[in-house]
Design a protein around this ligand. Structure first.
Ligand SMILES: Cc1cc2nc3c(=O)[nH]c(=O)nc-3n(C[C@H](O)[C@H](O)[C@H](O)COP(=O)(O)OP(=O)(O)OC[C@H]3O[C@@H](n4cnc5c(N)ncnc54)[C@H](O)[C@@H]3O)c2cc1C
Ligand code: FES
Length: 252
């Protein structure tokens, strides 16, 4: 797989510390599935390794990424103006697979929404969407999901349910007893651990998108391994065997 050259169409702040980046690619990326990611070369030197980002959207040669500024790479990226040339490699990794038999529930925490939005879009209102964040500022990330009526939890209670998203999900799950549900999730480790604790007694099927740190993004360096529950195969690479995993397959 070769790099795809592109140019930044827009790169704007959508909430404090969060940006939406749109890139016009010089050639098609091919088929893109929900949960897949790209390795992006941060423009303007100083950051050697590429950074992985979920494909938020891809239409008519335009790739959209939603990102949170956390360190040097994303800080540099947030400063890149329109027309900056940028290299991306992708689409990479395994994707979410949806079964027609189950009722889909999507659970996202903060910028984890960027990892599940393509799935939300594909499910076109069939999924219940749960989103948790710290304050009402971050609710702006959900702008594109508004038509799908997401359930929102904020830790400070400034929007929607006061508390964390797993507490909110728990209330909803009580009303779905006896139904075949399946959960798709992406978010901070604590959220995923808490989700696991909630659904473990019921063994609800759950696919999780893991955002491990990566170096090569192509399965070569083993820098992104995650421990599994399988003694025969105790480690898996997030970039190659993931980033989407069966929650019950991996060790958190
Ligand atoms: C498959 C995949 C998809 C991703 N999709 C998105 C996305 O759509 N939007 C988005 O904002 N981010 C996403 N990420 C996370 C993103 O890659 C990191 O935030 C980014 O690489 C940080 O780069 P940096 O140079 O700004 O931070 P660094 O300077 O490298 O690190 C700054 C701080 O962030 C922490 N950090 C860095 N990477 C991660 C990580 N992966 N998980 C937890 N903590 C980390 C570091 O430990 C450090 O404390 C994704 C990661 C993966 C693996
Ligand atoms: S990042 Fe190199 S093997 Fe996954």
């Amino acid at each position: 797989m070769d790099d795809i050259e592109g140019k930044i169409l827009s790169n704007r702040s959508i909430a404090p510390g969060h940006c939406l980046l749109r890139i016009r690619l010089s050639r098609p990326m091919g088929v893109v599935r929900p949960g897949q990611f790209v390795m992006m070369k941060v423009p303007d030197g100083g950051v050697f390794l590429r950074r992985p980002f979920s494909i938020y959207d891809y239409q008519k040669g335009v790739l959209t990424i939603m990102y949170k500024v956390v360190g040097k790479g994303t800080e540099q990226l947030s400063k890149a103006p329109e027309d900056t040339p940028i290299l991306t490699l992708g689409p990479l990794g395994r994707w979410f697979t949806v079964s027609r038999r189950n009722i889909p529930i999507v659970v996202a925490g903060g910028i984890g929404f960027a990892g599940v939005y393509a799935l939300v879009k594909k499910l076109q209102g069939k999924a219940s969407i749960f989103f948790g964040c710290s304050t009402s500022d971050e609710v702006a990330l959900l702008k594109d999901a508004v038509p799908f009526h997401p359930f929102v939890a904020t830790l400070d209670g400034s929007y929607g349910f006061k508390g964390n998203v797993i507490q909110l999900l728990k209330i909803h799950l009580n009303g779905l007893k006896g139904k075949n549900v399946e959960i798709f999730t992406c978010g901070p480790d604590n959220m995923v651990k808490s989700l696991r604790g909630l659904i473990e007694p019921h063994r609800i099927p759950c696919q999780v998108l893991l955002e491990e740190r990566m170096a090569c993004g192509m399965g070569l360096c083993f820098g992104c391994v995650k421990k599994t529950m399988d003694a025969q195969e105790p480690y898996k690479r997030v970039c190659k065997e993931g980033p989407v995993f069966d929650l019950w397959e991996i060790s958190l």
